[in-house]
Design a protein around this ligand. Sequence first.
Ligand code: ADP
Ligand code: MG
Ligand code: MG
Length: 927
Amino acid sequence: MAKEKHVYLFGDKKAEGRANMKNLLGGKGANLAEMNLIGIPVPPGFTITTEVSTAYNAKGREKTLSMIKKEVEEAVHAVEEMMGTKFGSNENPCLMSVRSGARASMPGMMDTILNLGLNDAAVEGLTKRTGNDRFAWDSYRRFIQMYGDVVMGLKPASKEDSDPFEEIIEVLKEEKTIENDTDLSTDDLKELVKRFKKAVKDNTGKDFPEDPWEQLWGSIISVFDSWNNERAVYYRKLNNIPHEWGTAVNVQAMVFGNMGESSATGVAFTRDAGTGENIFNGEYLINAQGEDVVAGIRTPQQITKEGSLRWAKLANVSEEDRASKFPSLEETMPEVYKELFDTQNKLENHYRDMQDLEFTIQDGKLWLLQTRNGKRTGAAMVKIAIDMLEEGLIDKKTAVMRVEPNKLDELLHPVFDKKAIKDAKDIAKGLPASPGAATGQIVFFADEAEEWKNQGKEVILVRIETSPEDLKGMTAANGILTARGGMTSHAAVVARGMGKCCVSGAGSVKINYKTRSLKVDGLELKEGDWMSLDGSTGYVYADKIKTIEPEMSGNFGELMDLTNQFAKMAVRTNADTPHDSELARNFGAKGIGLCRTEHMFFEGDRIKAMREMILSKNEVGRRKALDKILPMQRKDFEGIFEAMQDLPVTVRLLDPPLHEFVPHEEENQQEMADDMGVSVEEIKKTVEDLSEFNPMLGHRGCRLGNTYPEITEMQARAIIEAALNLKKRGITAIPEIMIPLTGTPEEMKMQEEIVRSTVEAVFAEYNDRVDYLVGTMIEVPRAALVADKIAESAEFFSFGTNDMTQMTYGYSRDDAGKFLPIYLDKNILKNDPFQVLDQEGVGQLMKLGVKLGRKAKKGLKVGICGEHGGEPSSVEFCNSLKFNYVSCSPFRVPIARLAAAQAEIKRKEAKKAKKEAKKAAKKNKKK
Ligand code: ADP
Ligand code: MG
Ligand code: MG
């Protein structure tokens, strides 16, 4: 067997890896290799594969290190050659960074260590070689800080405390009465190194390691460990990234942005990640290193002049101040800027997607350190896909595949009412870091944001700056406000990735974590006070501001039109009112897949008629009550059919247990007794008789219609009369009458007969006809098993996957809250089966149901109307079973349309690949 390769080298425009090796090398490693291959300057280094990370999780430290030791040593030597420096040398040290990098980007979730290889002797060597002692000692103190935190575990003591190293810096700054980190002298930095080392020793009992190899192995292991840190685990859950994947480790020669005024570091985006606009943008800092730009410690400057002018306007900075204190890279280093601009163009054209890149300028020379497909808001995702299609960078299929269906949700969120926002008084202004409208109560700590949210509160997370530890709180919050940090700060980048409203760098907001309050221009706000954020303008308000529904227009509309060219399944909606029907129609719904009739029995006087029907002792009494309900139902259907004219409307007959309708309060019982002329005792007794031990499995669904046929008769009549009345007005209604909860063919047959004979009677009365269908829900597992027999009396099937999931698992949906979260936590279940269709189990029943049904009735129309109808992976599954349609709530219609298009594209591509593989195999055989 060939020896396994664990380490892949890159540098000097050569590389052993490439972009399509993300699974093995992680995204960062694969792209570092690729950038070398396309001639972009990247410091040399090597990638330790994700396989080693998985091996480490199984075998532990010693075995893993012995497995890779030789390869790593060889790779380090190769890097030394390319750099002309030596790892572990005191005179000419080769310094390294050790960086994590998973298959899918997990920004900031895992650890990185810079300037590795420094020690008390090497720092002197570095000083001599560069003639820059301040730089050498700044690098050294940063190294101890990062290594101390990541490898040796020196962290803040509690959430109100700051980082122990930052505290030491603060103390020294106070002693020396200086304000900025950049004002620290070389001697100050030397002093910091001393104090840092002492803190490490005091807190961990261990000396800071001087041996570079020990530093290197320790860092590599820590990066592997960081795969399992709490925030990384949480991020993976949030983004559905498998825990088995593991991370690669990139070890790379350092380039220095902190070497003085002709050095800098920055991050940039080839397009605007918030709005999707095609403008190069980003931020940089002179004489800085690594994370300084995103950490929000110093105010970063804009890369382009245009961006800088925009920023100054937003931040209220005068042109004089901007030009002197915060000039753009375009102005300070025009040559390097031009090279960076060309590089970003090259990268975007190469990857054909918006890139998020990291760069460092060392002494006037540009180096790229990372490129990846940039995270973006839902709006940006849609705009970039459509723009790139129009620019000819990608084709239609790619444009459709580029947008994550669930991301469209953000475009459907409410926005501030234009008038309300105009009338509101802003209290501060920050940067419009991530668009959206957010209102909520102020919370200062991430864990509390989560607690409050769990208590059902709406919160705004307010932080001086955010860090990866705050991820959970950011998820829980409606919006995020930070006092520090720019457009590429952690808060901004993460919020855009989540599609969450964020205002960053609102400098006038002074936050005090200890008193849990903030001050802005004399106004004080406390934890729990209300606040609103406008992520599109950067304005902060101390009010609750009214929001309204958004519209589907522009790029969004274009994308939706594109989906029609690919999707095979239609998307319908679940709607019970004309308003919802219209809303869904505007979102492109091609009919109603589920119109529940029960809500129609609750409103106003109707509930009384309904109760009268239920409480009646006999058929005569029931019919009397049903006669009162009939005109109301007919009117409801007329409204819905009109809103959905020319499109099919599936109406489900009464489904829930009758007990849900009866009066439970004494007062209401008395009222019914008076109305019906019976004693309240009698009413009470009937209510008691109706109560069931397990109503979900009780007297409901078609069991109602088969025990009280007059209910089915009334509903069938109301539906058909409504359709005929509309026909008179020249409006076409296409009713599809759906029988719920069928479990046996006999149940279905009996319902079908009642419906058809009623309908025929109505046709005779009107002396007119309309087209209609009679079908059933398939939700009782038994129905799927005998679907061929049921299909004999059904013209369509609609899978009711809520009940079907409930009955297949034996989980009561109303009680599952007690154990589902624990099951998910313990990985007994991968997903909540009520949200994501269980293809393995419930899916088998669906597959069988479709197969049997269509065997008995060729071309049987099949759909789904459970919650799953709007969930992308479930939509894909339905497409694979050749469903005619999926149906979901109005706001999920666009999501389902996109998912349906993507599902069909994927299905066709898989089919094509299979065919080609077969052909190739055949050809091989012939040879
Ligand atoms: P993350 O995945 O959290 O972005 P990175 O591994 O990209 O972490 O590194 C963090 C920061 O350190 C980035 O700003 C990156 O550009 C910088 N950095 C990493 N390696 C080097 C290096 N070899 N030389 C200079 N800067 C580096
Ligand atoms: Mg990075
Ligand atoms: Mg049901």
